[in-house]
Design a binder for this molecule. Sequence first.
Ligand code: HAM
Length: 422
Amino acid sequence: MFKSPLGMKDILPDEAYLWQDIENKAKEIFCIYGYAPIATPILEDSRLFNRTLGSETEIVKKQMFLVKRTHEEYCLRPEGTAAIARAYLENNLEKKAGFTKFYYIGPMFRAERPQKGRLRQFHHIGVEAIGANSPCIDSEVISLADSILRELGIDGCKIKINSLGCLKDKSTLAKILSAALKDKIKNLCDDCRQRLGRNVFRILDCKNEACKKVVCELGLDYETYLCGDCLGHFQAVKQNLDNINVAYTYEAALVRGLDYYTRTVFEITHSSSGLGSQDAIGAGGRYDNLISELGGPQLGAVGFALGIERMLLAINKKAQLPSQNLQVFIVTLGNKAKKEGFVLLNRLRKEGIPSEIDYEDKSLKAQMRLSNDKGVRFAGLLGENELEKKVVTLKDMKLGTQEEINIDTFIEELKTKLREER
Ligand code: HAM
């Protein structure tokens, strides 16, 4: 027996209905906030991510799924932001559309060690607002993520925010961190000792308890490294959030695991037991240098991605299965009647009447039982007798009555009966 690839799951109808609910709710909210849909290929040039996410990130170092052909090398996209920045530039959208707010929903791939809430194929609902520096847009995307989670009934989320500042500020912060951590090097894990010389920010993401303790004791504070502009920007983002009652906490050590972030960064966690240590439901931030890094102009941009699988773990409920509200079951006896019945079924559906037929060559009795199980109001019986007389025997499953109706007027008469029923 074949199995699905490690860390990749089938989404069966029971769960898929819940996914549909989540996607539909998110799309409704995106429409209200003015975000337009965008879809990019699942494969991208792997250099796109090498360039933008950072050579020291776990994703680039260990988690890319490479797809090689003779002269080409692609990867399964590990995230959406760099891909959308690429699409924005490639399609000349900075000239054609200017500031644009996108949303996307789709699979992402990272070759991680699978565990609960951590998959190799997972799905993002994300937004990217490209072409503006206003702190209002940072606050908007944070409140948008918050709204989606609330509308889905995922209460008890915590929003943590920080600002890394511009590139200059980030470099100041890196110096402050390096100086502070050098004295504590003996308390850091082996990986973090390496990171100290290569990319000190990654130490702040380390899950090792000893490293976390060291970081916590550093007493970081944004006022020590943000320049005047970035400080003003961060204060405005927070002020906007206060003004629209979006609760957040400032987290000095929040840097996020991707190198492209500048200024605002945020993470949304949930304490559901279903999530365990993978408690980040979503995350995002500003990436004001990503577009220029890819050869475009200097454009401010900000976005987030929510992980659908982690949202499902936090929701922890079953989908409300949509009811097909089946009205008619066509019951046939014999081959000729089956063919006629199939034509009748098609006519019913074209008229918008939810109808079904037996596809398993069941006996007449079993077809009647099935009609009953499906809860239809009417069964339309077709046998040799009916074909000869050019009628359909319509059985009212609720009243137990039955009558013959001319096959040519069947649909019209049935529609009248269904209308009366309502
Ligand atoms: P990220 O933090 O790497 O950010 O991913 C966002 C969310 O995706 C996480 O908070 C988590 O819920 C989910 N996620 C990540 N990895 C996995 C996994 N292996 N299994 C299950 N769920 C996972 C980004 O990808 C950025 N592109 C977000 C962004 C958009 N920043 C700006 N714009």
